[in-house]
Design a protein around this ligand. Structure first.
Ligand SMILES: CC(C)(COP(=O)(O)OP(=O)(O)OC[C@H]1O[C@@H](n2cnc3c(N)ncnc32)[C@H](O)[C@@H]1OP(=O)(O)O)[C@@H](O)C(=O)NCCC(=O)NCCS
Length: 227
């Protein structure tokens, strides 16, 4: 990691990692609560993913703030979104399979999501698609469906992680662009937002907010089998 990882306004830095095994050096960065979670995993790959994810988050945020990663004390918003008191940094963490992603900004909420593409033929929770997404999805050849569904899913979840609401909001209310289109939030049923304005009302760190407009979505290069 470079020594100059500070995040300037308007920038979003994304770091990714592959979890291979539990590294004692990384595990040493975790706090007691994280260590309890890590110790509760029965499977080594699950423990490796958790340790890698939380250590990467600490390293990236610590670097951005010029603080010791092991000293960071994370708080959680009402729906579980982690944040740091009195720190000018916003961040988001995601982990799935062997992959970890951390996104960091300084001036705007951010959400990142990584998911494994389900195996062909797996039953998919299609109820998370909006009617427009479902109509487009239904036209796809069977072989493309799992990947296309996963693209819809990560795009929606990234937005819901940015606002901090997570799956407390029905993802079917959001309509995002299809996998073969540039990533974009096309609509949000029931969500009123005023173009050009930032957060409406009083924003509390870590609490659900209306999305900043424009919401910007980006696809990140992902390894085979992931989105
Ligand atoms: C956030 C959420 C969408 C994560 O989905 P996921 O695909 O299983 O997991 P991801 O790997 O992408 O993200 C997990 C990380 O997101 C972060 N996170 C947790 N809640 C979050 C929220 N509401 N908003 C944004 N980020 C959140 C944490 O860093 C978490 O890491 P951890 O579980 O290792 O601590 C889902 O857990 C959710 O909807 N949570 C909120 C609703 C809820 O059930 N809250 C319970 C506490 S009140």
């Amino acid at each position: 990691m470079s020594a100059d990882a500070g995040v300037r306004p308007g920038e979003c830095h994304v770091w990714t990692a592959r979890a291979v095994s539990v590294s004692p050096d990384l595990a040493a960065l975790l706090d007691d609560a994280e260590r309890r979670v890590y110790a509760s995993f029965l499977r080594e790959p699950d423990a490796a993913l958790y340790v890698t994810a939380h250590a990467l988050l600490r390293l990236v945020v610590g670097e951005a703030l010029g603080r010791d990663p092991a000293d960071l004390v994370f708080a959680a918003g009402p729906h579980g979104k982690p944040y740091l008191e009195n720190a000018r940094v916003e961040f988001s963490l995601s982990h799935a399979g062997e992959r970890v992603a951390v996104a960091v900004t300084s001036d705007t909420p951010v959400g990142v999501d990584v998911e494994r593409v389900p195996r062909a033929g797996a039953e998919l929770p299609l109820h998370v698609l909006s009617p427009a997404e479902r109509a487009a999805y239904d036209l796809l050849p069977a072989g493309c469906r799992a990947g296309a569904f996963t693209s819809y899913w990560v795009r929606k979840e990234a937005v819901l992680k940015a606002t901090g609401e997570g799956l407390r909001v029905d993802p079917a209310r959001l309509t995002v662009s299809a996998a073969d289109r540039p990533a974009e939030l096309l609509g949000w049923r029931g969500r009123k937002a005023v173009r050009g304005e930032a957060v409406q009302g009083k924003a509390v760190r870590g609490e659900a907010v209306q999305p900043h407009l424009p919401v910007r979505l980006y696809d990140l290069g992902s390894p085979e089998g992931y989105r």
